[in-house]
Design a protein. Structure first.
Length: 441
C-alpha cells in the first residue's frame, strides 16, 4: 500500500502540536524571569500566553475537564461577574473594571495550560532567573543608588512579596531536582541559589507583611513531608530555620530596623499618635467599621465612598489620615467596601476552593504531584496573609502573578497525576499478564 497523504488540517494540527508546547514553555519562562527586574516585564509572558490561548481555542480542540477544573473556571468567571455587576451598579469609571477582566482572561489561559503544561525545566529556570535578577536589582538600588529600601519597578511591598513568593517556590522545586537523572546537582544548586536570592531581595525591600508568611510556609512543608521516620530531621530543619530567623532579626540591619519601626509604630498608636505606617492602617480599618455597615451588600461607588470619608472626617468621626490613604491596605476590606458581600464572597470562594484543591494532595505518594500541591498551597496561603496588610490582588503585576502561577501549578499537578495514574495502570497490566502467564504455564 502507498503512503497515506496527510490532509492540510492534519498537517496544521501536527505543526500546532509541536510549536504550541514550546511557545507556552517560553512564555512561562519569560513571565517569571522578567517579573521583577524589567519594567512591566511580566506583561510579555502574560500577553504571549493570552494570544496562544486564543490561537489554541480558535482551533476548536476537544477539551476534557475534570469537576475541579470546571469549578475553578466557574469561580474565575464569578469574580469577574462580581466586578462587572459592581461597575454597572455604581456607574464607576471604566478603569475600575480593568482588574476584574484579568479573571476573565485567566479562563482561556487556564484551558491552554491544561492542554499544554510548561516543561518543568523552563518553569523552574524562569523562577531561578527571576529571583537572581531581583536580588541583583535590589543590591543595585540599595548599595549603589543608596536607597533606604529596594522597591524594584513596582513598589517596595509588591517587589518584596513576589520575591519572597518566588523564593518559596524555588525551595519547593528542590524536591523535583533531587529526582532528576541528569544534572541533578546543578539544578539543586541553582534552585538553592534562587531561594537565597529571592529571600535577599525580600529582605532588602523591608516588606514586613510578607515575612509573616514564613511560619505558615514551614507548616505547609511540615504537613507534606512530616513522617515518623523523618521526624527528627524535620524538627532539626525547623529549629535551624527558626534560629536563622532570630539571628537575622538580631544582626541583619534591614530586618532589625523594620522590626524596631513596627514596635515603635504600635507604641505610638497606643499613646494616641496614628501618624505612622502601622498607625495609618489601624485608623483606616477603624474607619471602615463605620463605612462598610452602611452599604454592606453592594458596597460604595468610588465617588460616594470618597465623599463619605470626607463627611466623616469633617464631623470628626474619622481621623484625617483616612482621607489621605490611597486604599484600605487590606484585600478583603477593600473588596467589601467597593463590591459589597457579592465581591467578598466570590473572592473568598476562589481562595478557599483552590486552597482545598491543592491541600488534598499534600500527602500524595507521587512525589511530583505532592511537590506541585505544596507550591499551590504555599501560593494561596501566602496571598491570603499578604492580603491582610496590602491589597495584593489590587495591582496588575501581583494579580497576574497569582492567576498565572495558580494556573501553572494546577496544570502541572494534573499532568503529574495523569502520568502517575498511567504508570500504575501499566504496572498493573504487566502484573496481570505475568500472573496469567504463570497460570497458563
Amino acid at each position: 500500500m502507498g503512503q497515506r497523504l496527510k490532509s492540510p488540517s492534519m498537517l496544521h494540527t501536527s505543526t500546532r502540536s509541536k510549536i504550541l508546547p514550546g511557545f507556552v514553555s517560553l512564555a512561562i519562562f519569560l513571565f517569571f524571569a522578567m517579573m521583577l527586574s524589567v519594567p512591566r516585564g511580566y506583561a510579555v509572558g502574560a500577553i504571549m500566553l493570552f494570544l496562544a490561548s486564543l490561537y489554541y481555542l480558535a482551533s476548536r480542540p476537544r477539551i476534557v475537564l475534570q469537576r475541579a477544573d470546571k469549578i475553578l473556571i466557574g469561580l474565575f468567571l464569578a469574580v469577574f461577574l462580581a466586578g462587572l455587576i459592581s461597575w454597572l451598579y455604581h456607574g464607576n469609571e471604566m478603569a475600575s473594571l480593568d482588574l476584574s477582566t484579568r479573571y476573565l482572561m485567566a479562563v482561556p489561559i487556564f484551558l491552554l495550560l491544561l492542554a499544554h503544561p510548561p516543561r518543568l525545566e523552563w518553569l523552574w529556570g524562569g523562577m531561578i532567573v527571576g529571583c537572581m535578577s531581583a536580588a541583583g536589582l535590589a543590591a543595585w538600588q540599595v548599595w549603589i543608588h543608596q536607597n533606604s529600601r529596594a522597591f524594584g519597578f513596582t513598589g517596595g511591598i509588591q517587589f518584596g512579596d513576589i520575591a519572597l513568593m518566588m523564593a518559596v517556590l524555588c525551595s519547593a522545586g528542590l524536591a523535583w531536582a533531587v529526582r532528576l537523572d541528569r544534572r541533578a546537582w546543578l539544578w539543586r544548586a541553582a534552585l538553592l541559589l534562587g531561594t537565597l536570592s529571592g529571600l535577599y531581595a525580600s529582605v532588602m525591600s523591608g516588606t514586613r507583611g510578607g515575612w509573616i508568611t514564613l511560619p505558615i510556609v514551614l507548616m505547609v512543608f511540615g504537613a507534606a513531608y512530616l513522617r515518623r521516620s523523618n521526624l527528627s530531621l524535620v524538627i532539626a530543619v525547623c529549629v535551624t530555620l527558626i534560629v536563622g530567623g532570630l539571628v537575622a532579626l538580631a544582626t541583619v540591619p534591614m530586618v532589625q530596623e523594620r522590626y524596631n519601626e513596627a514596635l515603635t509604630d504600635v507604641q505610638k498608636f497606643q499613646k494616641g499618635n496614628s501618624n505612622t505606617s502601622i498607625g495609618n492602617r489601624f485608623e483606616m480599618w477603624e474607619a471602615l467599621t463605620v463605612i462598610i455597615p452602611q452599604k454592606p451588600w453592594m458596597g460604595w461607588s468610588d465617588t460616594d465612598y470618597n465623599a463619605e470619608k470626607e463627611r466623616l472626617i469633617k464631623a470628626q468621626v474619622l481621623a484625617p489620615v483616612a482621607g489621605r490613604l490611597a486604599n484600605t491596605h487590606n484585600m478583603f476590606l477593600e473588596t467589601w467596601v467597593h463590591q459589597g458581600l457579592l465581591g467578598l464572597v466570590t473572592l473568598a470562594a476562589l481562595l478557599l476552593a483552590t486552597l482545598l484543591h491543592f491541600g488534598r494532595h499534600l500527602r500524595c505518594p507521587d512525589p511530583f504531584t505532592q511537590l506541585h500541591s505544596i507550591a499551590g498551597v504555599a501560593l494561596v496561603s501566602c496571598y491570603i496573609i499578604f492580603g491582610q496588610t496590602q491589597i495584593i490582588l489590587g495591582r496588575n503585576n501581583t494579580l497576574l502573578f497569582f492567576i498565572i502561577t495558580l494556573s501553572v501549578f494546577w496544570s502541572v499537578m494534573r499532568s503529574s497525576q495523569a502520568v502517575s495514574s498511567s504508570c500504575r495502570c501499566t504496572s498493573r497490566s504487566r502484573l496481570d499478564k505475568e500472573r496469567n502467564q504463570q497460570d497458563h504455564d
